[in-house]
Each structure stands twice: as structure tokens, then as C-alpha cells.
Design a protein around this ligand. Structure first.
Ligand SMILES: Cc1ncc(COP(=O)(O)O)c(C=O)c1O
Length: 460
């Protein structure tokens, strides 16, 4: 087993998901390709459910981590609701079979159209033709279970759209608790200088302003302090702040039905410093249990912890070259396929898919270093930041070798781009029944399709 990884293992010198060889997958659908192991996702989901069972918490999967329709559908079948941050994610969740009542809609920049789509039975016209949404029957859709609201301005828009549609919107206020999640600066979201949420002092005023509104039910509090948070103390701080606020709001006549604690639990990318999921739950359960006993519903929004470990990015070495002291393995995946190393200086373990006797290091006992060479694994993009991994020790590579970038299931495919006119990768899911190509590789024709019909704008 490779540290942190779920659902993949080397068997006789070949990386496999169950009995499926990833070398065969690459032969069948090319590279770069994301492969997800359903078994690993199920295992992670079970771990999350078990950790939070004492609080009877609802799990809303943060779709942004990996929005593939089949991945969402799989998690839905396991019982997850969905946490979405755009009209697109909302439609995906619906298409994945999630009732609207099990969807929470977060995000700082909701448009009127997205708010309307979340409240009414109709799909947003911005989301494309009905053909794009085939299989989606809006009958009986109803309003979204909860809006997680990030500003007073947003609440005003929700109130406006809800009044226009004559539908009641259930809302939780996202609180900015000003706690330091000690995560990467780009994934920390709970400091007062961050754009997220409403500061603690401002929340009671917002509840007062909208009390008794005919189309707005302010019934919850929400917090999300960051992602890949490796310490539990900031969660304790955030929960304490929320419970204190809850007490004050209830004293002033509000009734808080739900508390959403966001996601953010760290996974082990190889450094071994991510606490187990149950550590986060155990730290806050004693604080929350008395409130849960009185009827409070806890909602959680894990993304990374459900899918990161069960995804691998397959990429083929196109060229090898040396420059000064550096040895480069230039691959067909890069920052356009997996941006985490370029954006967050993230480390992903990388190893050849077919490695013979050179099985990857286990925990603290690496294979003999004389058998390894050190590579900067880079992509084809014209940016120096286009890196998949710097100074990666691996068996000596040859052109055409297939590499696996591990722990790539979260914030991998969803953060891809078409930079340098490269299509997005294919996606494959391996279940007990076999391997299924669930997303076709994007072609240049796909990219050009939106540019095919230039037309003068009628601006009168
Ligand atoms: C509001 C909200 N909830 C949940 C998540 C999921 O976080 P993670 O994938 O780290 O669990 C995010 C992601 O940053 C988020 O912004």
C-alpha cells in the first residue's frame, strides 16, 4: 500500500485498481487520464460516516472536489447529500439523483439566475440547452434545502428572487470566525481578511434585518475554515464561536435548526501529518452533543477526504532531458491537468505504473537509493510553474513510460484548464464490475465548437 492511497495497489509490479491494470486502462483510452477507484471512495465515505455517527451528522459531499457525474451519483447512492457552489454543480447534483432538499448551495458569488434555479423547478437558462441536461426531469424539483449565505448583499438578492417566485428560501449564514486554519494561504478561508462569510459581530444584525421576512427563513449557521487543514484546534475554536453565537441569537428570538461545519479535513499526501478523520469529530463532539440532543442538525461538507485518495492521474513520459544538475521527465499531463503542485506547491507521490521489482517505498523504508534517479516531473505547458513534482525519486525512466500521480482524486479534474489549447483528460471509474470510461477526452473540435458561429451583436 502506498501511504494515504485507497483502492490502488501494486500487484506483480503493475499498478492495479482491484483486478484492473492501469497500464491496460492507459492503452485503451490514452493519457492523460484520471482513474477513480469506487472501492476507495466507499471506504472513505464509511470512515466519515462512522466518525460523525455520534452526532447523527448529515454528509453533504463538496462537489467541487470531483464533480464527475458518476462520482456524484456513486456518493449519492451511498447516501450523501451535495454541497454546491454554482448553478453548474447544482444541476450536476440534481442529475446525479440528489433531491433538492439534500443540496446546500454555498459560494460567495451567486447570481440571480443561479438563485432562481435553486429555488424554482426550472433549470437555469444559463446552463445550456435542455439537450445538455438530458435525463433531467424538473418535475417535483422544489427549492434547495439550504443556501449558505456569504453576505448581506447576497441575502437581499435571495430575498428578492424568492419574493418574485413566491417561494420560501431556507438560509444559513456563513460565519467568518477569524480563526487561523494553519493551511496554505490560498486554502485558508476563515480569517477576517478572507472574502468568505460574515464576521461574528455582524451576524446578529443580519438576523435582525431579515427576521419575519415572508420568503426567507434564517435557520442556520455555517462555517468553513479552509481546506487541507492538518490541525483540529481551529475547528474547536470555530465551533466554540458558532455555539456562542447560536446562544446569543436564540436569546434574541431566532431559532437555529442547523449548524454546518464545512469540510477541510486533511488527507495524507505522503508526509504522514494528517490526523485521522475521527480526530476532527472527536474534538468537537463533546461541544456539539448537548445541542444535538436538543434537536440541532449538524451538516458536514467533506470533499477532499472523500475522493482524493481514490484518484490517480495517468501520464506518459514524452521526453527525458537533463539541464545542469536537473533531470526532467516531460509528460503529457501538467498544470493544465493537475494544477495543485503549481498553485499550492502541493506534493503528490509519483511512480511508474509498471515497475517490475521496484515497488514503491512503503512508509519509512524506501528502496535502495542507488536504484533510483531524481526527476523533476513536468508538463508540456509554456510556464516554469508547470510541474507535477520536483525532485521525485523514481526507478530510471525511459521515454514512453507510464507514470501514476497518486492522491489526485480531489481538485484534480475539476481544476483543469484548456491552456495552450489542450483538451481536458478522460476519466475512468473502476468498480467491482470493471472499468468504465465516464468522460471522453476533450478534442480540439470540442474546444472550437463555441467559436464556430461568430455573429454581430445586436446592441440596439
Ligand atoms: C464551503 C465549502 N465547504 C466544503 C469544502 C470542501 O473542503 P474539503 O475538500 O477540503 O473537504 C469547501 C472547499 O474549500 C468549501 O469552500
Amino acid at each position: 500500500m502506498i501511504r494515504g492511497v485507497r483502492g490502488f495497489a501494486y500487484d506483480d509490479g503493475v499498478l492495479k485498481a482491484g483486478r484492473i491494470s492501469l497500464a491496460d486502462v492507459a492503452r485503451a483510452c490514452g493519457t492523460p487520464t484520471y482513474v477513480y477507484a469506487a472501492r476507495g471512495i466507499r471506504e472513505a465515505h464509511e470512515e466519515v460516516v462512522a466518525a460523525w455517527a455520534p452526532l447523527g451528522a448529515k454528509i453533504h459531499y463538496a462537489v467541487k472536489a470531483c464533480s464527475n457525474l458518476r462520482v456524484c451519483r456513486f456518493l449519492r447512492e451511498l447516501g450523501a447529500g451535495m454541497d454546491v457552489v454554482s448553478g453548474g454543480e447544482l444541476e450536476r447534483s440534481w442529475l446525479a439523483g440528489t433531491p433538492m432538499s439534500d443540496i446546500s448551495f454555498a459560494g460567495v458569488g451567486k447570481t440571480d439566475e443561479e438563485i432562481a434555479a435553486a429555488l424554482s423547478g426550472a433549470h437555469s437558462p444559463l446552463l445550456g440547452s435542455p439537450q445538455t441536461l438530458r435525463g433531467a426531469d424538473p418535475t417535483g424539483r422544489g427549492p434547495v434545502g439550504l443556501f449558505n449565505v456569504e453576505s448581506r448583499s447576497e441575502l437581499e438578492r435571495i430575498a428578492h428572487v424568492a419574493s418574485r417566485l413566491g417561494v420560501r428560501a431556507r438560509c444559513a449564514v456563513r460565519v467568518n470566525p477569524d480563526v487561523d486554519a494553519k493551511a496554505h494561504a490560498y486554502t485558508s478561508t476563515g480569517r477576517k481578511e478572507n472574502k468568505f462569510g460574515i464576521d461574528v459581530a455582524g451576524v446578529p444584525g443580519v438576523f435582525d434585518a431579515f427576521a419575519g421576512h415572508p420568503f426567507l427563513e434564517l435557520i442556520g449557521l455555517h462555517v468553513h475554515i479552509g481546506s487541507q487543514v492538518k490541525v483540529v484546534e481551529p475547528y474547536v475554536e470555530a465551533v466554540e464561536a458558532l455555539l456562542d453565537l447560536l446562544g446569543r441569537l436564540e436569546t434574541h428570538g431566532s431559532h437555529i435548526e442547523s449548524l454546518s461545519l464545512g469540510g477541510g479535513w486533511a488527507v495524507d499526501y505522503g508526509s504522514g501529518d494528517a490526523p485521522p478523520i475521527r480526530a476532527y469529530a472527536e474534538a468537537v463532539t463533546p461541544l456539539l452533543a448537548p445541542f444535538v440532543a436538543k434537536g440541532l442538525q449538524v451538516i458536514l461538507e467533506p470533499g477532499r477526504s472523500l475522493v482524493a485518495a481514490s484518484g490517480v492521474l495517468l501520464t506518459r513520459v514524452q521526453h527525458l532531458k537533463e539541464s545542469g544538475e536537473r533531470r526532467f521527465a516531460i509528460c503529457d499531463a501538467g498544470m493544465h491537468t493537475l494544477i495543485r503542485p503549481a498553485l499550492y506547491q502541493a506534493r503528490h507521490f509519483i511512480w511508474p505504473v509498471v515497475c517490475g521489482a521496484s515497488t514503491p517505498p512503503r512508509g519509512e523504508s524506501p528502496i535502495a537509493s542507488e536504484d533510483l534517479a531524481t526527476y523533476d516531473v513536468v508538463g508540456p505547458i509554456c510556464e516554469t510553474s508547470d510541474v507535477l513534482g520536483n525532485e521525485c525519486a523514481m526507478p530510471r525512466l525511459a521515454r514512453g513510460d507510464l507514470l501514476a500521480v497518486f492522491m489526485a482524486g480531489a481538485y484534480g479534474m475539476t481544476m483543469t484548464s484548456n491552456y495552450n489549447d489542450r483538451g481536458r483528460p478522460a476519466e475512468v471509474i473502476v468498480t467491482d464490475e470493471g472499468a468504465v470510461l465516464v468522460t471522453e477526452r476533450q478534442t480540439l473540435a470540442d474546444l472550437l465548437a463555441t467559436e464556430e458561429n461568430p455573429r454581430p451583436l445586436d446592441l440596439d
